[in-house]
Design a protein around this ligand. Structure first.
Ligand code: SSV
Length: 144
């Protein structure tokens, strides 16, 4: 089987992300999905940032997370992002959250989100093709 390529984002959990009980507040997992996709753009298609300040809009259509284990301050997390099946202007992303320790990697959460490429036209949002730089950056992550 052909292994699907992943984009990796590393994160070390801070006390600011934990709650009174000491474990990570659930909403942070969604923030990390956001950081992961942004770092991908920053690394592989930075011109998208300029476009976003003009008429491009990358609209988040859905987000989810399935929590498998509690996380704590100083845990080292590796987020692996995979590309789902692109349909028209929509880009689905799949996330695996791994806790990394000296001797093992533990799957601690799974997530998904989908964005749509749109352009602002006055008050309206009009569907638009995936911008070419982003499309090119995504190609190595498509399963053939
Ligand atoms: C302003 C804003 O909302 C930015 C959104 C950024 C979206 C980035 C999407 C990147 C998708 C990357 C998919 C890569 C799969 C391996």
């Amino acid at each position: 089987m052909l292994a699907m390529r992943t984009y990796e984002y590393h994160h070390i959990i801070s006390f600011e992300e934990t709650n009174l009980v000491g474990n990570v507040y659930y909403a942070n997992h969604i923030l990390w999905q956001g950081r992961c996709r942004e770092m991908f753009i920053r690394e592989y298609a930075p011109d998208i940032l300029t476009e976003l300040s003009q008429d491009l809009a990358l609209i988040t259509l859905r987000v989810s997370c399935e929590y498998l284990a509690e996380l704590f301050a100083f845990d080292q997390i590796l987020i692996r992002m995979r590309l789902g099946t692109i349909k028209q202007n929509r880009i689905p992303m799949l996330f695996e959250y791994w806790r990394i320790t000296q001797d093992r990697e533990e799957l601690v959460a799974r997530g998904e989100q989908e964005i749509a490429c749109m352009r602002r036209q006055g008050e309206k949002l009009i569907p638009t093709a995936i911008p070419s730089s982003l499309w090119t950056a995504l190609q190595p992550y498509q399963i053939s």
